[in-house]
Design a binder for this molecule. Structure first.
Ligand code: HEC
Ligand code: HEC
Ligand code: HEC
Ligand code: HEC
Ligand code: HEC
Ligand code: HEC
Ligand code: HEC
Ligand code: HEC
Length: 353
């Protein structure tokens, strides 16, 4: 029997706070390594996924193949932010995110993993690390972690650990018998993931620079076809412990539910060439670190539905939000058909399979 937390009693936004607000929380968190002994399968999947990399102490990150901004050594760094799939940023010993060179001159300080380039990040600004709510476990807004001025709030563990999703395990870990009495929290609803995979108001999908902004999978999913009363949650498709990039990380294939489309698609030219459903339905319309082209960022969208009209608008006139409930053909087709245009795509898109 699992202890499944039904969200009827909690509002979105309160799950992680509920964990953090637990009076015994601080001493109750024990760290992911503790779970390995009894849950090696979940641990081995989790430890190589993005979540476990989210915020790392310099002493743990220095063994990874992450370069530092020019002129800095590991002694100047307290934490590394990210560094798994898209980008890394660096925190200095006072807890501020590094935005320039040590001597105060201009420097690109964000490392982009996919192409090895560097970008400016809030060039020259004094930038406190106020990101802990989505990047740490057992976060509390008050105080400064490690007494470092720039680190806003405190946390029990850096990064998204097992206990970020399951709550503090202090009473659970001592023996199998105690584990059975002191059950861990399990939240299956997508609001769990939505605590962090969200930006701003969940009814809007913020955009900038011609791309959807990153970390908005919850906002997008709510706009897409899978959540119009159809109750697909994040973990209907995702194995919650595994990276989406790894085999088995996506446990439900598109064809497993869309059987007819799957069959029809296999007989088309695209099907014959082995083009995957997600190349069209989840194009990289969002950008985290780098863009590969005018219509290709580096994060796949979860809107799924495609607008086949050449005049459909992806963004509102001010460019600040996604306009409709579908992805437009420029993002869908032109990252492969690079010498073609929107009008061409619209000729062929209708009833494409
Ligand atoms: C991103 C959130 C998240 C993280 C991080 C996470 N889990 Fe889970 N875990 C879940 C969810 C959600 C379920 C429930 C899945 C279901 O019921 O389909 C679950 C289920 C489980 C279960 C029940 C059996 C199973 O696999 O479904 C165990 C045991 C477990 N987690 C252990 C761990 C351990 C150990 C870690 C760290 C190594 C961990 N989890 C990290 C979200 C998470
Ligand atoms: C001493 C062994 C042991 C350790 C260490 C341990 N667990 Fe468990 N865990 C168990 C056992 C046994 C169960 C099955 C309980 C049952 O069947 O009722 C379990 C079940 C779970 C479940 C399923 C929900 C539940 O409570 O039944 C989750 C989630 C979970 N553990 C998470 C964790 C996390 C996270 C850690 C590390 C912080 C951890 N466990 C460390 C023994 C352990
Ligand atoms: C509302 C939650 C939230 C907040 C606040 C937030 N992030 Fe994130 N961040 C995410 C999520 C979720 C992802 C991964 C999904 C994505 O990028 O689409 C991410 C990804 C990242 C990555 C890329 C990680 C990698 O390994 O590639 C970096 C770096 C990052 N964030 C830095 C920051 C910094 C710096 C701040 C504060 C100024 C911040 N984030 C605030 C949720 C958040
Ligand atoms: C209908 C299935 C489905 C649902 C529902 C779903 N995802 Fe995904 N997700 C995928 C697939 C497929 C990928 C792409 C995997 C790949 O790159 O091969 C993906 C990728 C991702 C990525 C990585 C994106 C990138 O390109 O870097 C994140 C983060 C993510 N999903 C989070 C979520 C969250 C959070 C939810 C719930 C709000 C969710 N997903 C719901 C199927 C789904
Ligand atoms: C406490 C905040 C938080 C919660 C809760 C959370 N995530 Fe994440 N997630 C992040 C951040 C931050 C990243 C970026 C980490 C990185 O890649 O360095 C991320 C990255 C990811 C990725 C891309 C990296 C990879 O390993 O493939 C997927 C997929 C993902 N999350 C799915 C989920 C799902 C599914 C859930 C719910 C079961 C969930 N997340 C819950 C914050 C969170
Ligand atoms: C667990 C089952 C399930 C999975 C897995 C799934 N879908 Fe769906 N999908 C549905 C349901 C249910 C609907 C809503 C009813 C409908 O329109 O068929 C839907 C609707 C859609 C629609 C909108 C259909 C329309 O008529 O506008 C698209 C597009 C779509 N899915 C694409 C995908 C893609 C691409 C994948 C794989 C990444 C996927 N789905 C995975 C169940 C699923
Ligand atoms: C080459 C791009 C492309 C690929 C690859 C692709 N689709 Fe589509 N899909 C489209 C377009 C464009 C539409 C809209 C067609 C329309 O509205 O007439 C669509 C419509 C759909 C719909 C809703 C309408 C319908 O036909 O039921 C579903 C569901 C769907 N696709 C699922 C899938 C699945 C599952 C796969 C993989 C087996 C897939 N698609 C592969 C481009 C693609
Ligand atoms: C992942 C890459 C990819 C995407 C995305 C993609 N295509 Fe294709 N397309 C191909 C490949 C590969 C072929 C076969 C080789 C060729 O003709 O260049 C092809 C062939 C075609 C053809 C000519 C063959 C035929 O008779 O079917 C048309 C028309 C076409 N695509 C339209 C589209 C449209 C419209 C979209 C968006 C809805 C799209 N493609 C999205 C890769 C892609």
């Amino acid at each position: 029997m699992k202890t499944v937390l039904k969200l009827g009693i909690l509002t979105v936004g309160s799950i992680l706070l509920a964990f953090a607000g637990n009076a015994s929380a601080e001493k109750g968190y024990v760290g992911s390594e503790t779970c390995f002994k009894c849950h090696p399968g979940q641990y081995n999947d989790f430890i190589v996924s993005g979540h476990s990399y989210k915020l790392s102490r310099a002493k743990d990150a220095r063994n990874r193949p992450i370069p530092l901004p020019e002129g800095y050594t590991w002694d100047d760094i307290s934490y590394v932010i990210g560094g798994k799939y898209k980008k890394s940023r660096y925190i200095d010993n006072n807890g501020f995110i590094i935005t320039g060179a040590k001597d105060g001159s201009e420097l690109k300080t964000q490392f982009n993993i996919e192409d090895g380039s560097w970008s400016f990040y809030h060039k020259g600004e004094k930038k406190p690390y106020n990101c802990g709510g989505c990047h740490t476990t057992g976060y509390q807004k008050e105080g400064h972690q490690d007494g470092r001025e720039g680190l806003i709030g405190t946390w029990a563990q850096p990064g998204i650990t097992c206990e970020a999703c399951h709550g503090p395990a202090g009473d659970h870990i001592r023996s199998d018998e105690l584990a059975k009495v002191n059950k861990m929290m399990i939240v299956q609803e997508m609001q769990l993931c939505g605590e962090c995979h969200i930006r701003g108001d969940k009814d809007k999908i913020p955009a900038s620079g011609g791309f959807i902004k990153h970390h908005e999978q919850f906002n997008e999913a709510l706009r897409g076809p899978h959540n119009e009363g159809n109750d697909l949650t994040c973990i209907t498709c995702h194995d919650q412990h595994k990276s989406a990039k790894f085999k088995g990380g996506i446990k439900a294939s598109c064809e497993s539910c869309h059987e007819d489309v799957g069959r029809a698609f296999a007989a088309t030219t695209h099907g014959g060439f082995g083009v995957d459903c997600i190349e069209c339905h989840m194009p990289r319309a969002s950008k985290s670190a780098t863009k590969k082209g005018e219509f290709e960022g580096d994060v796949r969208t979860h809107i799924f539905r495609i607008a086949t009209d050449a005049d459909a608008k992806m963004f509102t006139d001010d460019g600040k939000y996604v306009a409709g409930d579908s992805v437009t053909l420029d993002f869908v087709c032109l990252h492969c058909h690079q010498n073609k245009d929107l009008k061409w795509a619209a000729l062929y898109a209708k009833e494409i399979h």
